[in-house]
Design a protein around this ligand. Structure first.
Ligand code: NI
Length: 255
């Protein structure tokens, strides 16, 4: 029963001491594939370096809204060059983050987001969208690029927005927070969207599911997230595992 992990930051310092051993063991632990997203140029390069080391590891390359301060033409040229690597399967993670007051100004985040969506459109690559407390603007901006497809990672919007995204061809990614007691919207959102648009992700090292909340997260915790999706969809965990793997292959590998 292999899981496809669509979002885990194995370039993070939290994995400094055991990243290679951890990644090497995954194929024997029921994890068939892992996508490691970048958040800036160096982490995108690091994600591609990991992907080059392991057959089951793939990279997304891009500039995260929290890390976009001072970004300009040279950064976009670097990201575009990295997109040519055979194991660069998406542009991400990109988007808008209005949660932290110290983040770059909203209009600048929006400009960086638009430029990367335009790049995805030109290169015909899927995108991984980070949307934190920016639902209205994220939805409006992706609608400016109707040919671009991808995933709203760690989806936290309303059921209505989920339905609009699904109509536009988008996928929704779910993480540890759906296992928390205060996950009010998640059951409703998951019930409202088709099975074919659900992806499983951990956002490791962050967002550990119950019962590991507060500890370092890794992809071996995907079954806890799958169990919640299974409960709300009336499916078995094995069915959720199989269908989310098929969904990820369709979105990121085009098959
Ligand atoms: Ni992330």
């Amino acid at each position: 029963m292999p899981y496809f992990e669509t979002h885990a930051h194995y370039t993070d310092r939290a994995f400094e001491r055991d990243r290679e051993a951890l990644l090497a063991a995954f194929p024997n632990q029921g994890i068939s594939a892992v996508i490691v997203p970048g958040v800036d140029v160096p982490s995108s390069e690091a994600a591609l370096a990991l992907a080059a080391r392991f057959d089951h590891v793939f990279a997304a390359v891009g500039i995260h809204p929290e890390d976009c301060e001072g970004c300009g033409d040279a950064d976009f040229a670097a990201i575009e060059a990295l997109c040519a690597a055979p194991k660069a399967v998406a542009i991400g993670e990109i988007g808008l983050d209005y949660y932290w007051a110290e983040n770059p100004p909203r209009d600048f985040q929006q400009e960086i987001f638009r430029r990367q969506l335009a790049l995805a459109q030109r290169l015909d690559l899927p995108v991984i969208v980070h949307d934190r407390e920016a639902h209205g603007d994220c939805l409006a901006i992706v609608k400016e690029f109707p040919q671009v497809r991808g995933v709203f990672h760690c989806y936290s919007g309303s059921p209505e927005m989920a339905e609009e995204l699904v109509k536009g061809g988008w996928y929704l990614g779910f993480d540890g927070p759906i296992t928390y007691k205060n996950a009010r919207r998640a059951p409703e959102v998951i019930a409202a969207i088709p099975n074919e648009r659900i992806l499983l992700e951990t956002d490791s090292p962050y967002l550990s599911p119950v019962p590991f909340r507060g500890k370092r997260n890794d992809s071996r915790n995907l079954p806890y997230i799958a169990a919640k999706v299974a409960e709300w969809k009336g499916l078995s965990v094995a069915e959720v595992c199989a269908l989310t793997e098929a969904n990820a292959k369709r979105l990121f590998f085009g098959k």
